[in-house]
Design a protein around this ligand. Structure first.
Ligand code: TPP
Ligand code: MG
Length: 277
């Protein structure tokens, strides 16, 4: 197992542990971005706990803020805070509310949770970095359902207008939103074609493939005039088969039987990580 595969396994393991400990939470959308977080924080992004306030670092905005638990697992693994924080997820007095809070959490660049606003902030951050003549990248993850929000398309249009080639947006196209398939609720049509029509470079990759995501980021970094949208073909609940197969895994409050299945999945991941080390 290579380093990024192992890193993604650890992110998935700690994400499940956090949610298991809390007793409920956003399982589906946290799990579908694990491989992307592994590629970004394990390889592509110029970030570290030691340089968290350096304005020349890369920036990251989790626009689909309800996936906070997998970002927190990643930031813990990168040394931004201690493990015990993870098990206070969403509890009274916690530093880790269910959605990212930049005033509480080291390594979080933007407070998110109100869908549509994160991608707008990411566009502003990328524009600010351009004005400051910085050479850094701004990365953002939006959800497919989130892209129903009109505000997203204002930001996308503005990013293209300003030729923000150092803005790289990932669309977590897991085809599901809060209460059903995105295609039933408000059809998104072809994201790649839509982003291209708005003035972005865009391509679709397998969002479970670390190799494909890595290669897409490398191609994105070659863009000289256009921002880039990488559309991730993902599965809501990705990597945990019994969760993938649920009709609705957006927010789970597991009963005893499901809790036991989550516990076994955590145990399984722990074994796989031990074998790989
Ligand atoms: C402005 C706003 N409206 C509604 C919500 C409630 N909400 C939270 S998650 C979600 C569904 C988002 O779907 P998607 O972007 O596809 O997320 P994912 O499938 O990755 O979980 C909704 C409607 C919100 N957080 N913000
Ligand atoms: Mg979705």
């Amino acid at each position: 197992m290579d380093n990024l595969q192992l890193f993604s396994k650890k992110i998935r393991y700690y994400t499940l542990k956090e949610l298991y400990c809390m007793g409920f939470g956003h399982y589906g959308g946290s799990l579908s971005i694990v491989e992307t977080l592994a590629v970004l924080y394990g390889d592509k992004m110029n970030v570290s706990a030691a340089t968290k306030n350096d304005p020349n670092r890369d920036y990251f905005v989790l626009s689909k803020g309800h996936a906070g638990p997998s970002l927190y697992a990643t930031l813990f693994l990168k040394g931004y805070f201690e493990e015990d924080w993870l098990y206070t997820l969403n509890k009274n007095g916690t530093n880790l509310p269910s959605h990212p809070d930049r005033n509480k959490i080291p390594g979080v660049d933007m407070t998110t949770g109100s869908l549509g606003q994160g991608i707008s902030a990411a566009t502003g951050i990328a524009l600010g970095n351009r004005f400051a003549e910085r050479d850094n990248y701004t990365y953002c993850i939006v959800g497919d359902g989130e892209l129903n929000e009109g505000q997203c398309w204002e930001a996308i249009q503005m990013a293209a207008h300003h030729q923000l080639n150092k803005l790289i947006v990932f669309v977590d196209d897991n085809k599901m939103q809060l209460d059903g398939p995105t295609s039933d609720i408000s059809r998104t049509f072809d994201f790649v074609e839509k982003f291209k029509a708005f003035g972005f470079e865009s391509e679709r990759v397998d969002g479970a493939s670390i190799e494909e995501i890595s290669a897409a980021v490398e191609r994105a970094k070659k863009s000289t005039e256009k921002p880039v949208a990488i559309v991730l073909d993902t599965i809501k609940g990705q990597g945990i088969p019994f969760i993938e197969q649920m009709d609705n895994n957006h927010h789970l409050r597991p009963d005893e039987e499901t809790k036991e299945a989550v516990r076994l999945a955590i145990e399984e991941l722990e074994k796989e990580i031990e074998v790989a080390l």
